[in-house]
Design a protein. Sequence first.
Length: 123
Amino acid sequence: MRFILLTILVVLLVVFLGPLVPFWGLMIGIGLLSALILPTGFGGFMGGGLGMGFTWVGISIYLGLTSASALPDKMGELLGGVSGMTLVGVVGILGFLLGGFSGLSGVLFRKMIKPSPRNIYRG
């Protein structure tokens, strides 16, 4: 449940704050969200990664279709003759990795500052 909640909140964060803040601001926000929700380490990585990656791919496809711009194809030619859709895939992978490591960092930061029991033997 925490994984799904984190994924939905990351999508909302990227959609609404993405045009206003740089990518590293989104990464800080994803880390804070995952520190507050506290999923497992794998859940934090996948929730942040899938949320940010799918959102970046969706926004790239939406902007490419609505503007009918030739910019992705021109950028692909500059980067070695790849197609525009290959660049959208690269954007998705990059968004997945950035969001995933942000989510994992938030989970690990929360575990680091969470107090641990002093008497480990409980006796």
